[in-house]
Ligand binder design. Structure first.
Ligand SMILES: [Ca+2]
Ligand SMILES: [Ca+2]
Length: 408
């Protein structure tokens, strides 16, 4: 049993001894040593250095009257397993270039250095190190950024709301302040724009509602001092008024159309000019339609009757249009000429399809032409035969033909 306890104690002592010297790799008689490759890789040291604030002197190290060494609480760079641990310790203690009692910054030389403890690995974020120039600058930038943003926001908000052209450039301050100003300004500008857009929508609908009720505009005080709001209200109002006017104009136009069809003009009185105009527009449209109708009737009639006959219409104006249409038909002249020519040539009767609508005319003139042809033939015969008797014979023959034609 005693043997086992002894072995355990020995093992413990050996292990403890290993732990105690693991971080420093052992020191020489001066209490210092060269930086190991491992420590160099970690960035903990570079060359020969001392531990426990050493440097050969024992004045800083605590000792008892018996000479037993007490583990010194003062740290050296090699006491840390990583640079993050160095920084954590440095920050916890609140050290700086001028407050460096453990000589972590000044490499044990006790001098004021750069505020960066031990050997910083390249690329390390120096802003993590409290009181380092990088952190001080970083904090200043953050502060400038924040104050810039704070200053830019209300200006942007106002400009966005007032619908002024966006200008997010700060004329003074650091670069960080300017960046912050632009950020704050843009945020404010967007908010202001959103706010005024919503208010303008409301102003438009308010104006529209008033315009539906009355013709006189009355802009609320809440809208009158903002150009955009005022214009929105006016636009809504005018839209409603225009819509009402359009509806009324349409009614007057329809009324005019009805009257125009009846050929009874009864234009409204004591109404706005626009409504009278609308009425007349409708009236004239109806009259134009009637005119077209009677002109066409007259024109068509010209194909079916040889001579104009007054139609049975109880309106002199309409009769006038009818007659105008009748007389405007020049096609019948062509048809008549074609029929006459066919007859004069002594050809047999044949109505060309293009003259179908004017068959009456064509036939009439054909017969006239044929009569002329036959008379011509007769004259020729008479000239050839000579004498009164032959002439009388032909004349009788002609009479016979005409009589027969009339019966037929
Ligand atoms: Ca030290
Ligand atoms: Ca330093």
């Amino acid at each position: 049993m005693e043997k086992k306890v002894f072995l355990f104690t020995l093992l413990f002592v050996l292990l403890f001894g290993t732990f105690a010297s693991a971080h420093s790799g052992g020191t020489d008689s001066s209490g210092g040593h060269n930086c190991s490759d491992k420590s160099k890789a970690k960035g903990l040291c570079t060359g020969y250095h001392y531990h426990n604030g050493g440097g050969g002197s024992t004045s800083t190290g605590g000792s008892t009257s018996s000479g037993a060494t007490i583990i010194n609480s003062e740290k050296d760079c090699t006491d840390f397993a990583s640079y993050d641990e160095v920084v954590a310790y440095w920050n916890e203690k609140g050290y700086s270039a001028t407050n460096d009692p453990e000589n972590l910054d000044g490499w044990g030389n006790g001098v004021v250095d750069d505020g960066i403890p031990c050997e910083v690995p390249s690329g390390y974020d120096l802003t993590k190190i409290n009181n380092s120039p990088a952190q001080i600058q970083h904090k200043q930038e953050e502060q400038d950024l924040a104050s810039g943003e704070q200053a830019g926001y209300p200006n942007g908000l106002n400009d966005g709301y007032q619908e002024i052209t966006s200008n997010n450039v700060a004329s003074t301050g650091s670069e960080a302040y300017k960046v912050g100003y632009a950020t704050g300004y843009n945020r404010g500008y967007d908010e202001g724009k959103t706010k005024i857009t919503a208010e303008k929508t409301k102003a438009t609908s308010d104006g529209y509602a008033l315009g539906q009720k009355q013709d006189t505009i009355d802009i609320p005080t809440s809208y009158i001092n903002h150009t955009g709001l005022k214009q929105s209200f006016e636009a809504g109002f005018n839209k409603a008024v225009t819509e009402r006017v359009e509806v009324k104009k349409k009614e007057y136009k329809e009324l005019g159309y009805t009257d125009g069809k009846k050929d009874m003009s009864n234009a409204p009185k004591d109404v706005e000019e626009a409504y009278v105009t609308a009425y007349l527009e409708g009236y004239n449209t109806a009259q134009e339609e009637l005119k077209d109708k009677y002109l066409k009737q007259g024109y068509e009639a010209a194909f079916t009757i040889l001579k104009y006959t007054k139609p049975t219409i109880d309106n002199e104006k309409f009769i006038g249009w009818y007659k105008e249409g009748f007389e405007s038909n020049t096609e019948v002249k062509q048809i008549g000429d074609a029929g006459l020519a066919l007859g004069q040539a002594g050809e047999s009767y044949k109505l060309p399809s293009k003259y179908k609508s004017g068959e009456v005319i064509f036939k009439h003139f054909y017969e006239q032409g044929l009569k002329e042809y036959e008379e011509q033939q007769s004259d020729n015969q008479k000239a050839a035969v000579g004498g009164i008797g032959a002439l009388a014979f032909v004349w009788l023959g002609r009479r016979f033909y005409v009589a027969k034609k009339m019966i037929g």
